[in-house]
Ligand binder design. Structure first.
Ligand SMILES: Cc1cc2nc3c(=O)[nH]c(=O)nc-3n(C[C@H](O)[C@H](O)[C@H](O)COP(=O)(O)OP(=O)(O)OC[C@H]3O[C@@H](n4cnc5c(N)ncnc54)[C@H](O)[C@@H]3O)c2cc1C
Length: 411
């Protein structure tokens, strides 16, 4: 394994840096830097997608014929890394990184022609309807009913934790079309227009006070069969294929390294618990920060190793699961440290402390429209609450450990 970038890779990195210097405006950087979760401010994220699309870089991992880039895996990683280091807002993964690949693999020509260009421009914005109140880790036990009615399926039931359902105009969903001995059979993958009559969205207020997730109710919603992706009753095949894209790839380490560095900078100016010196000189705090920085570097090496394996055509095994566990647990540790560093100021912005059960009064809706303010203590507090979900979504960390146990220990 060679840890140095090649001259071509360095030239590519410089090209990306030039582009970011020119196009990533201060307000977009600010939106990226202050994001309290993996989802930044929606408007800023869409504006950044538009700029990337104009450059042909909105969906670099797509095949070239659909608008992707002819990049090596290393170039993909460098691009992700540079965007993170520059503070670019993330793009929503649901369309570009997830359902688009399923549409390419399982869609009809009409579905590809309609959805792919519109996902690129942002005209079509997808949310994900997999989880249900009684089906999360055990996803195959899902129950949302779809009854065959000629040219349509008629869908009734509910999906939960649906991120960005209020922003989305389409949802990709798993529905139950028949009951068979094996519960993975009889599931169908459908694309549903969120403007169809019979859909109601109820926001879920998270512990951070933010309203990003929702429960979505479907009451006799008519979905044309032309919106089925893959075959009726064989949606599990499509669902599993899509999950490879939800968990795999990406560069998680740079964002965590940036967080650790910002925290170290902040700890230089914060006072220690006794009010006697800089927080960074408090041995207990410094030891925890050092541990987090080492783990971020370990994660980076692991990402490089996975990249090297995949680039040389080898099977990375359950690396995506390992990276997901390490990344989310480290992020949680960093947000805990940030809250510790913020002290009482961090706590003051916990929304339920200021208005129990109500909307965030201060930092959720500032005049400039960004989700967070520019006071790092406040952001630390919101990030802390938001990050608790990191070990749950995209397959809980316990489930990832099961995958590793099976794949590497043969359990
Ligand atoms: C912030 C957030 C955003 C989300 N966004 C979306 C979205 O956009 N679309 C969507 O469809 N879903 C979304 N989800 C749902 C997410 O995928 C589920 O929460 C997750 O799969 C866990 O399911 P569950 O909540 O039903 O918990 P459960 O499956 O009930 O699990 C409860 C606990 O039991 C553990 N557990 C369960 N089974 C096992 C097992 N076999 N072995 C060991 N431990 C086990 C779990 O790890 C967990 O700790 C989101 C969730 C969150 C928190």
């Amino acid at each position: 394994m060679d840890l140095d970038w090649s001259p071509d890779d360095l030239a590519f990195r410089d090209e990306v840096r030039r582009f970011l210097n020119e196009k990533l405006t201060d307000d977009l950087r600010r939106a990226g830097r202050l994001a309290t979760s993996v989802y930044p401010d929606h408007e800023a994220s869409m504006r950044w997608q538009e700029i990337l699309h104009a450059q042909g870089w909105a969906a670099p991992a797509w095949p070239v014929k659909y608008g992707g880039c002819r990049w090596s895996l290393t170039q993909h990683y460098i691009f992700g890394r540079e965007c993170t280091l520059a503070g670019a807002p993330n793009l929503s993964p649901m369309g570009i990184r997830m359902v688009s690949h399923a549409i390419m693999a399982f869609g009809t020509d009409e579905q590809r022609d309609y959805f792919l260009p519109r996902i690129l421009t942002g005209e079509v914005f997808f949310c994900q309807g997999y989880s249900e109140p009684e089906a999360g880790s055990d996803l195959a036990s899902l129950n949302m009913q779809a009854v065959d009615d000629g040219a349509d399926l008629v869908v009734t039931g509910s999906k939960i934790w649906t991120t960005h359902a209020t922003e989305a105009n389409w949802i990709f969903a798993l529905v139950r079309t028949s009951r068979q001995a094996k519960k993975q059979q009889g599931i169908t993958f459908v694309l549903i227009d969120m403007r169809t009559p019979g859909i109601e969205i109820r926001p879920l207020v998270m512990t951070s006070g933010e309203q990003v997730q929702n429960q979505v109710f479907f009451d006799q919603v008519r979905v044309p069969k032309t919106n089925v992706l893959g075959a009726v009753d064989d949606g599990w095949t499509v669902a599993k294929y899509l999950l490879n894209f939800e968990r795999g790839g990406g560069a998680a380490a740079p964002a965590l390294q940036v967080m650790a560095e910002e925290l170290a900078q902040a700890a230089l100016s914060q006072t220690d618990p006794n009010g006697e010196g800089a927080l960074i000189d408090d041995p207990a705090f410094a030891a925890k920060l050092a541990d987090a920085r080492i783990r971020a570097d370990v994660l980076e090496i692991l990402e490089y190793r996975t990249l090297a394996l995949v680039s040389s055509g080898k099977d990375p095994g359950p690396a995506a699961s390992t990276i997901k566990i390490l990344g989310t647990e480290l992020s949680q540790a960093l947000t805990e440290l940030a809250l510790e560093a913020a002290g009482p100021r961090g706590r003051a912005y916990q929304p339920h402390a200021t208005m129990p059960g109500g909307p965030i009064v201060d930092y959720a809706a500032p005049a400039d429209g960004f989700v967070s303010g520019d006071d790092w203590q406040a952001v630390a507090s919101l990030r802390y609450f938001n990050d608790r979900a990191g070990s749950i979504y995209a397959g809980s960390n316990e489930i990832q450990r099961n995958i590793i146990a099976k794949a590497t220990l043969g359990l």
